[in-house]
Ligand binder design. Sequence first.
Ligand SMILES: [Zn+2]
Length: 215
Amino acid sequence: MVDVVTAGWIGAKGPHPADLTEAGRCARCGEAGNLSKIGSVVSKNFTAFDSWRDPAGQGLCSACSWGYRTTGLRQHAHLITHAPSTLRCLTLPELGQVLTRPLSRQAALVVPLRAGRRHLVPEATWGRVTLEGTSVPWTPADVERLGVMRRLRTYGFTRQAFAEQAPPFAVFRRLPSTRWPDIIIGWAELQPWRDRDLWLRLGLLATDDTAAAAA
Ligand SMILES: [Zn+2]
């Protein structure tokens, strides 16, 4: 199966940089061809060489350069698919829509939780969501939890509240008692996400539009 970076690059119409001054095998993916100097693609502070085929290689191919140089990839969520190779920049409501289904092995999703922090596409793998330097699965259980979170956010709980073990009483008390069982059960259903907060942060990002609409 083709590398996620290569599929995304093809989806982006395969742009070639102007500085293909080297020739040989790409240090990251091993593809032979014309290359850009590594130092012109990644900064001298770059450390994530462990995933590269040959960190001592002569340069980076057009696809890998695109994966590192395209700043938009670090600012917005992107969905990359395989066969056909596509790249789609997602708005937050579109991200929420993509996450209403388990992620298939034909797709890779990258979600910058804080814009511009890290290179995510070069770390992405098929069938997983890549966030903040790690990749997580998105299962039917996560799809259900996202639905629960979306419903709970319409009640007016803040983002911070969702990290708490129990719903804050001040908000809870304002709601009609007929809603309480739904809130108590829903809150407990989100516990697996609290235990590894990357999921919680992804769920919050993907439901921000719900909270904004309810506010
Ligand atoms: Zn490459």
